[in-house]
Design a protein. Structure first.
Length: 223
C-alpha cells in the first residue's frame, strides 16, 4: 500500500534500506524492482514515481551525503585554506574519509565493482554517477590554480577505488591484506604521504597559487 505524501521521507528511507538489502543479497546485477517493493512494503508504481527505475534509485542512493558529501558555501568558507601549507591536510583527510565510508558499506563496495564492468547499461549508469560525484568533490576542494588537480586526483582516487573493490573481493594487493585494518592504516598513511609531498611541490612553485576565493578570504580576515 502506498504511503501518504507526508510520509515521503520515511518511505524513501525504507526503499533505500530495501535497496541495500537487495544489493547485499543479490549483487548489483541482481537487483530487481519487485523485491525492493516487497521489502519496503510499497508498490512498484510508487518507486517508479519517485525514481523512474531501479537505476534511478541507485543514482539517488549514490548521491546521498552518506558517501560523497556536498559542501555548502558556508562549509567551504570554513575549511578553505589560508595558506598553501594547509592544502595537504584538507585533501588527504577528505580522501581517507570518503573511502572509509565506501569501505564500511557492503552495498557501496558492491556498486563500485560495477564501475569495472563493460557493455552493461546499469553498470554505465553507476560508473557515470560515481565519476560525477568524485569530480564534484575534487572541484569543490581543489582550492589552487596552476596545478593539475584533476589528473592528480584521478590517479589517487582511481587507486583508492580499485583497492576498495579488491577489498570487496577479499583480495590482496602487493602483499597487503585488504581485509586487515592494519594494512588499510598503512594505505591511509601512504595517501597522507603522497598528498604532503604534492603539497610541498606546490609550496616551492611560484606557478601554483591559491585560487582567488582563498585570497579574498585572507584579505577579508585582515580587513
Amino acid at each position: 500500500m502506498e504511503s501518504p505524501p507526508k510520509n515521503r521521507t520515511q518511505t524513501i528511507q525504507r526503499i533505500v534500506i530495501a535497496l541495500e538489502d537487495e544489493i547485499n543479497d543479490f549483487g548489483w546485477q541482481g537487483v530487481v524492482l519487485n523485491r525492493i517493493a516487497q521489502r519496503a512494503g510499497v508498490s512498484k508504481t510508487l518507486i517508479y514515481r519517485y525514481f523512474g527505475s531501479v537505476e534511478g534509485l541507485i543514482v539517488h542512493y549514490l548521491k546521498t551525503d552518506q558517501f560523497f558529501p556536498t559542501f555548502t558555501p558556508q562549509v567551504l568558507d570554513h575549511i578553505r585554506p589560508l595558506k598553501k601549507s594547509e592544502l595537504a591536510g584538507i585533501w588527504y583527510r577528505q580522501v581517507i574519509q570518503t573511502y572509509r565510508s565506501l569501505r564500511s558499506s557492503g552495498p557501496a563496495r558492491e556498486l563500485l565493482k560495477a564501475t569495472l564492468s563493460d557493455s552493461n547499461p546499469r553498470a554505465d549508469v553507476i560508473s557515470q554517477t560515481v565519476d560525477e560525484e568524485l569530480t564534484r568533490l575534487v572541484d569543490q576542494l581543489s582550492f589552487v590554480q596552476g596545478a593539475d588537480s584533476q589528473a592528480i586526483s584521478a590517479v589517487m582516487l582511481a587507486g583508492m577505488s580499485y583497492l576498495t573493490i579488491m577489498a570487496q573481493n577479499n583480495s590482496s594487493v602487493i602483499g597487503l591484506d585488504l581485509r586487515n585494518e592494519q594494512d588499510w592504516n598503512r594505505i591511509e598513511e601512504a595517501v597522507k604521504l603522497l598528498y604532503t609531498a604534492i603539497n610541498k611541490l606546490s609550496m616551492d612553485s611560484d606557478k601554483i597559487t591559491l585560487d582567488s576565493q582563498v585570497l579574498n578570504a585572507v584579505e577579508d580576515q585582515w580587513a
